[in-house]
Design a protein around this ligand. Sequence first.
Ligand code: PXL
Length: 456
Amino acid sequence: FNSMKTATSTALTVAGFDPSGGAGLQADLKTFSAFGVSGKSVATSITIQSTLGVEGLHNISPEVVEQQLRAIFRDGKPGAVKTGMLGNESIVETVVRVLRRHRIKKIIVDPVIYSSSGKSLLSELGIQVMKEELLPITFLLTPNLKETEILSGVKIRQPSDRIRAARVLIKMGAKNILIKGGHLKGEPQDFFFDGKHSLFLNADRVTGGDVHGTGCALASAITASLAKGKDIVAAVKEAKEFIGLAIMGAIKSGKGVPQVEPLTGLYQDSERYDMSQRVFRAVEVLKDYCVGGLIPEVQSNIGFGLENARTIDDVIGFPARIVKCGKNILIPSPPRFGGSRHVADIVLTVMQFDPSKRAVMNIKYNSDLIKVCKTLKFTLASFDRSMEPKKIKTIEGSSLEWGTASSIRKCGFVPDIIFDKGGMRKEEMIRVIAEDIESLVDKVLKIHRRYSKILA
Ligand code: PXL
């Protein structure tokens, strides 16, 4: 076991079990892993639920909850502890007693009272005990609007009412409050208060509908950051970034609501690595086939977008382009994300119309090449730079977005080829469009073979 790793940080979640995997203990553990924190988990309740909602629940006896906690604490003190669904007053009491006995300081409380489908997840008396005993040992409380009202007794009619509510909750004993604004109309602004300083945290609303497990993953992300030694404000900000990504990558795995995906960032990193390998192999093939004859004066580039690509940093390309050297091509520098501007703009525009088409390469334009594309039965669309509205020309980059979008609209679908005959100081150009890098290379090689025959 020479290479055995020792955990650098550990965190514990005390929460409910969600068989659908989207919330509770499962979401918490995935979140801890995403932060590189070793997770421990103590079950307080077995919920009966699917993505369609909570059907029932079976609370664990307080004795068994206590035994789980004791076993974990005998084994070592976690860097931070998060509580989620606690079920009833006896479980709240038990958890408070054990956390007090072990003098745990970093206690993050997500005061789960109702499921998003409206099922009660904490008894009336449990709410009482939470207010009287759990809040006084709470380092950070993360209620949503409804939980804020129930715990503080302050009605939240407008965003500014949250300050009053937060003051009440601080008086009740919690050191820091993060009131989540996800259920506010409009911008989902969160409000943080440490008893002295207020902080408003803005984020774009990522999806239209509800995503299951966001509350659990947010509180766990903060817990993980605190376990790693971050201060509270840094931890909250980092968690906010994290949850945006996890909501963006939410997954629908059943008939009901989509679930937050805490591993989105890791999946994206692995997709990025995989894509750069594939792009590397793809240009090796193009090199082998000596496609120099297809490279235009301004040289070529390739763009290949991540699934859900949103910015040019989500599109891999060649920062120094693909350069013509007689019959051969040269790659002066390796591909990287954000490495192409113009072709990436085309990829992003294409993906807005058809997310399954993620790869583009620009090649030389001439009438022979257009004929070749037609004999290959490729679908073609074109735009005319002289028709471009003046306002767009002045915004760098948006010219190709306009050209691409107007070609696709004319065509009614994303074609294999979009070309234009150039304009003032703009070389005429063909863009080959495909689903992925491999099918892009296929199309380019087909064009290359036919074109070579014509020239021969
Ligand atoms: O999202 C609150 C929540 C927390 N924990 C568990 C749950 C739910 C909601 O359904 O099931 C176990």
